[in-house]
Design a protein around this ligand. Structure first.
Ligand SMILES: Cc1cc2nc3c(=O)[nH]c(=O)nc-3n(C[C@H](O)[C@H](O)[C@H](O)COP(=O)(O)OP(=O)(O)OC[C@H]3O[C@@H](n4cnc5c(N)ncnc54)[C@H](O)[C@@H]3O)c2cc1C
Length: 511
C-alpha cells in the first residue's frame, strides 16, 4: 500500500442511480467518467413509468458539462437534433404588445469601471434618445436577424462577447447519455422498484426491491425518480417547501409541432391569460407548451388556447403535466442524494432545470463521500443547492410581479401578491439608481437581471453619478457607435439554419 492509499483507503462505493431520465443519465455519465476509481454505477429505470422528457431548452452552462465529459459538440447536436440558443424572447409580459430578450451576453461596453447600463440610463433620463436597451446586445441583434456563429475564442470585442446554449430533444439526450454511460460500464436494470429497505439503526437506505422479487444493494443512492421523489421524499420523508403562492403555475400542456418559418436561435416565452407559452425550435420540430395556473383556468380552456396559438401542424397529442413550484428542504439526506425533479421544480421560464441537475452533479463530485458520509459535506451540498433554487425562484418571481397587466385574474394576482423580501429589496435597489445586487453563488448574473428589469419596465429613477465622466456631447455619439457596430457584426454572421446545416445537421430519420 502506498502512502497515498493509506491516506485515501478509498473503498469503491457502489452507487445506485434510481431513474433513467435526463437527471439519471447525466448523473451516471458524470460519475463514471470523472470518478472511475471511486465508484461503480448501476442505474435502475422503469420504461413502464417513463420519463418527463420535455426539458428542451438550456442555458450556456451545459456546454461546460459536455466539455468535462469530452462530448463532441457536433456529434451531440446531430444526435439530439439540437439548435443553438442565444437567449429567450419574452412577449406580452409587462404589457400586451411588449417584446424583449434575455440574451446570453452583456449589454454595451463599460467605460473604465463604470457599467454600460449607467450611461444608457443617464441618456434615457436626460431624454437623449438612447434607443432600446436590447439594441446594445450582440446576442439580441443575432436573434433578431436569425444569425449564428460560434464566439471567436481568444478575441476581445463584439464577436467573442456572447455565449450560447442548446435547444434539443430531451429524450434523445437521455438516450445519447445512456449509450455514453454504458460504454463506460454503467450497468442498468429495467424494472419497477416496489419497495426500499433501510438500515434499522442508521436509517440509511440499503437496497431496492424490484417487481420480480430481486434486490439491488448499494452504498450511495441517487434519487432521480422524478416528481415522485421515491427515495428522498417518499422513503426518507424529507419535506417539500411549496412556493406556489409566488409561482402559482402548476400545469403544463406540451404539444410538439412541425417547424413553420425560420428555426430561431432562441426560445420564445409568450405570456398568456393564466401563464405563458413556450416555443422551442429544434432541427426536426418545435416544442410548444402552455404553462398555466390551474386555479385560474381549467384544462380544456388552456388546451384550446394552446391549440389556437401554436404555429405549425401538431405532430403528437397534447400531454398534460402536473407539478408544484418548490424544493425539498434538503436534497442530500442520509446516504441518498436527490437530483433533478426528485429534488424540486421551478417552472421552465428560464430553462433552469437541467442547470440545477448539473449543479447537483458537480457539487456531489466535489464532495464525493467516503462512508459514512460526513455531515459537513452533506450540509455544504444542501446549502449550495438551496441557494441555487432560492436565487432562481426570485428571478422567476420578478417576471410575473413586475407587470402592468390587469387584464385577467391571474395577472392581477401576480402583480399584487406579496413577494419574498429578497425580491423586494433587489427591485428597490435597482429602482433607485440602477444598481444590481451581486452574489458569489448561484444564478443569475448582472446582465440577466438588467435584461429582465428593462424588459419588465422596471427602470431606475436616477442614475449613477459616475456616468457623468463622459461629456454630454460625446455620450450619444458613443452609444450610437456601439449600436451600429453590434448591428453590423450580427449582419456579417451566417444564417442560423445554414450554420446548423454546415456544422451539426441531424442524423437519423425525421419524425
Ligand atoms: C413542462 C415542463 C417543461 C420543462 N422544460 C424544461 C426546459 O426547457 N429546460 C430544462 O432545463 N428543463 C425543463 N424541464 C425539466 C426537465 O424536464 C427535467 O428537469 C428533466 O427531464 C429531468 O427529469 P428527471 O430525470 O428528474 O425525471 P424523469 O424524467 O421523470 O425521470 C424519472 C425516472 O425515474 C424512473 N422511476 C420513477 N419511479 C420508479 C420506480 N418505482 N421504479 C423504477 N424507476 C422509477 C422513471 O422510469 C424515469 O426513468 C421541464 C419540465 C416540465 C415539467
Amino acid at each position: 500500500m502506498t502512502a497515498l492509499d493509506q491516506h485515501h483507503p478509498a473503498p469503491r462505493l457502489r452507487v445506485v442511480v434510481v431513474g433513467g431520465g435526463t437527471a439519471g443519465w447525466m448523473t451516471a455519465a458524470a460519475l463514471v467518467r470523472l470518478l472511475p476509481t471511486r465508484c461503480s454505477v448501476h442505474l435502475v429505470e422503469s420504461e413502464a413509468i417513463g420519463i418527463v422528457g420535455v426539458g428542451e431548452a438550456t442555458i450556456p452552462h451545459i456546454r461546460a458539462f459536455n466539455e468535462r465529459l469530452a462530448i463532441d459538440e457536433a456529434d451531440f447536436m446531430a444526435a439530439t437534433r439540437a439548435t443553438y440558443k442565444l437567449g429567450i424572447e419574452f412577449t406580452d409580459w409587462a404589457r400586451i404588445g411588449d417584446r424583449y430578450m434575455h440574451p446570453f451576453c452583456r449589454f454595451g461596453q463599460d467605460i473604465g469601471s463604470v457599467g454600460f447600463q449607467h450611461f444608457w440610463n443617464r441618456a434615457r433620463l436626460q431624454g437623449l434618445g438612447a434607443g432600446d436597451f436590447g439594441d446594445y446586445a450582440i446576442a439580441v441583434a443575432m436573434s433578431r436577424q436569425s444569425r449564428f456563429a460560434s464566439p471567436i475564442k481568444q478575441q476581445s470585442g463584439i464577436t467573442s462577447a456572447y455565449s450560447y446554449a442548446y435547444q434539443f430533444d430531451a429524450s434523445l439526450f437521455a438516450r445519447y447519455l445512456r449509450r455514453y454511460s454504458e460504454d463506460l460500464r454503467v450497468s442498468r436494470t429495467e424494472a419497477r422498484i416496489v419497495s426500499v429497505s433501510q438500515d434499522t439503526v442508521t436509517g440509511d437506505i440499503t437496497g431496492l426491491k424490484l417487481e420480480d422479487g430481486s434486490t439491488i444493494e448499494g452504498d450511495l443512492f441517487i434519487d432521480c425518480s422524478g416528481f415522485r421523489s421515491l427515495l428522498v421524499g417518499e422513503t426518507l420523508g424529507e419535506p417539500f417547501e411549496d412556493w406556489s403562492r409566488w409561482l402559482p403555475c402548476d400545469r403544463a400542456i406540451a404539444m410538439p409541432c412541425r417547424n413553420e418559418g425560420p428555426i430561431t436561435p432562441y426560445t420564445s416565452a409568450t405570456a398568456m391569460g393564466s401563464g405563458w407559452r413556450w416555443r422551442i425550435p429544434l432541427q426536426h420540430r418545435s416544442g410548444n407548451g402552455y404553462v398555466y395556473a390551474s386555479a385560474f383556468v381549467d384544462e380544456q380552456t388552456a388546451m384550446d388556447s394552446l391549440v389556437g396559438a401554436v404555429e405549425g401542424k401538431p405532430i403528437a397529442s397534447p400531454r398534460v403535466l402536473r407539478f408544484a413550484a418548490g424544493r425539498r428542504r434538503r436534497s442530500w439526506v442520509r446516504n441518498c442524494v436527490a437530483v433533478g425533479l426528485a429534488s424540486g421544480f421551478l417552472e421552465p421560464l428560464e430553462s433552469t432545470s437541467i442547470y440545477l441537475i448539473q449543479v447537483a452533479i458537480t457539487t456531489l463530485i466535489e464532495l464525493f463521500p467516503d462512508t459514512p458520509v460526513a455531515d459537513v459535506d452533506r450540509d455544504e451540498f444542501n446549502l449550495a443547492i438551496n441557494v441555487e433554487y432560492d436565487r432562481i425562484r426570485d428571478f422567476l418571481i420578478l417576471h410575473y410581479h413586475a407587470t402592468e397587466r390587469d387584464d385577467t385574474l391571474f395577472w392581477n394576482y401576480v402583480r399584487t401578491m406579496s413577494v419574498p423580501d429578497s425580491v423586494a429589496e433587489k427591485v428597490a435597489l435597482f429602482r433607485a439608481r440602477g444598481r444590481v445586487e451581486t452574489y458569489a453563488r448561484g444564478l443569475f448574473l448582472e446582465p440577466s437581471w438588467l435584461a429582465v428589469y428593462h424588459g419588465q419596465r422596471v427602470l431606475p429613477e436616477d442614475y449613477d453619478l459616475r456616468a457623468d465622466i463622459v461629456p454630454a456631447d460625446r455620450l450619444l455619439p458613443a452609444l450610437e457607435r456601439m449600436r451600429a457596430e453590434i448591428a453590423a457584426a450580427a449582419h456579417a454572421m451566417p444564417d442560423h439554419a445554414a450554420y446548423i446545416a454546415a456544422h451539426c445537421a441531424m442524423t437519423g430519420v425525421d419524425l
